[in-house]
Design a protein around this ligand. Structure first.
Ligand SMILES: NC(=O)c1ccc[n+]([C@@H]2O[C@H](COP(=O)([O-])OP(=O)(O)OC[C@H]3O[C@@H](n4cnc5c(N)ncnc54)[C@H](O)[C@@H]3O)[C@@H](O)[C@H]2O)c1
Length: 392
């Protein structure tokens, strides 16, 4: 099989992530001229015609479907991106696998752990490749942080803090999109951002043992809007013509977790943190040092390492060749990579896995692990008690 052999791809869900996946496929060969097959998006499915039209205008696909089942049945297509809302992940993800097509599905994969497990079972039964959108793993500085932790640069990891704060839900006029309902969004900030936090914790520190948590909802009602509206659009909640609906999931979570290796991890996540936009940070302390990363300065890594214990300096350095896939994007340190670049790396991992290569990219099993941790967080918040993740 030639490296350059084309593989036809379809995208289901032409929203934000649908566009990001399509751009990632089309850019993949710009950065990775060999390895895997060359993906070409030939079809898109979305239930909202305006979304399809916009996707076609930007990505030039010729085949469009209003029903995702027709895209899954298209015999030309071998791999499918599922970038539809969470409530559709279980049905669509399972159908894609059952049709024998490789699956790149967005996190969190469904509404809860049973949904993720159902998709995982379909993937295992069909023997297809799966990739899940835990893209922060692919940031070169995050890859370096993991390598430093594994090689003992900070000593034995002892405690960590993961914070994922943003403000897209801070405005009371933000519409009641699928994200705010149990039936369509499932979890609130848990599925949206905390799922990434769980994955980062596992990626850096290994599997989780148990958790105790609290959750809160700060804005209990939001304006009802048409399907397909962006979750960044704003309505006036005081307008008498605006119908308000109930928010059914959490805006906020705080939890304390322990890993199986005994590291304490504090995680806090909010979608209603006024003044904080996409502010994702982790800090891992060890017996001899520290690594700290901030998504908004995603090429930088703060590292403290040595024998000083007290008054030991922390040094900030830029990512460069040798850190993850940095060299496939830029020739020398100090040139910032972007969010979209992480998806290009993810697309490449998907293509390499389809070609039978070993990769350490996130699979459906990582989505199951994340979803089980999220379910445990929900139970802990409800019962005001420590809950086992490892035994769930
Ligand atoms: N990895 C990340 O960093 C990241 C970031 C954002 C979103 N996501 C995930 O991506 C998924 C999509 O999120 P988004 O922000 O792109 O949402 P979005 O609302 O922008 O897009 C969802 C699209 O799915 C379409 N859709 C709805 N019902 C459909 C159906 N029956 N068939 C086909 N299409 C349908 C909608 O019309 C819309 O175009 C979610 O699961 C979300 O958790 C991941």
């Amino acid at each position: 099989m030639s490296n350059q052999e084309q593989i036809n791809v379809g995208v289901i869900g032409a929203g934000w992530m649908g566009h990001v996946h399509a751009r990632a496929y089309s850019r993949m060969r710009h950065h990775f001229p060999s390895g895997g097959r060359t993906p070409v998006v030939i079809a898109v499915a979305d239930s909202v015609p305006a979304q399809v039209d916009d996707f076609v205008a930007r990505h030039g696909v010729e085949t469009t479907y209003s029903d995702w089942r027709d895209l899954v049945a298209d015999p030309r297509i071998e791999a499918i991106s599922v970038t539809a809302p969470n409530f559709l992940h279980r049905e669509i993800g399972s159908a894609v696998a059952a049709a024998g097509k490789h699956l790149w599905i967005e996190k969190p994969v469904g509404l809860d752990a049973p949904d993720a497990e159902a998709v995982a079972a379909a993937v295992a039964k069909a023997g297809v490749v799966s990739t899940v959108g835990f893209n922060y793993r692919h940031v070169p500085a995050v890859m370096r942080a993991r390598d430093l932790i594994r090689s003992g640069t900070i000593g034995r990891p002892t405690h960590a803090r993961i914070s994922l704060l943003t403000d897209y839900a801070a405005h009371p006029g933000g519409p009641l999109s699928w994200r705010y309902t149990l039936e369509r969004g499932g979890r609130g900030i848990l599925g949206d951002l905390a799922s990434h936090g769980i994955d980062l914790a596992r990626f850096l520190l290994g599997d989780l043992d148990d958790v105790v948590s609290i959750t809160d909802t700060f804005i209990p009602q939001r304006p009802v809007v048409d399907a397909g509206s962006s979750h960044y659009s704003i309505a006036d909640p005081n307008d008498p013509n605006v119908t308000m609906g109930e928010v059914e999931n959490e805006d906020y979570v705080a939890c304390l977790m322990r890993t199986l290796s005994g590291v304490s991890v504090m995680m806090e996540s909010s979608r209603a943190a006024v003044g904080d936009q996409n502010h994702y940070v982790f800090e891992v302390h060890g017996t001899g040092g520290l690594v700290r990363w901030d998504f908004r300065r995603s090429d930088e890594l703060d590292v403290s390492s040595g024998d000083d214990y007290s008054n030991q300096p922390t040094i900030t350095s830029f990512s460069g060749p040798g850190d993850g896939d940095y060299l496939s994007f830029q020739p020398g340190a100090g040139i910032a990579m972007s969010y979209d670049d992480t998806k290009v790396i993810e697309a490449y991992g998907f293509m390499r896995a389809i070609a039978g290569e070993e990769t350490d990219g996130p699979t459906i099993l990582d989505a199951v692990a994340s979803a089980r941790a999220l379910d445990a967080i929900v139970v802990s918040a409800r019962d005001h008690a420590w809950v086992s993740i490892a035994k769930s």
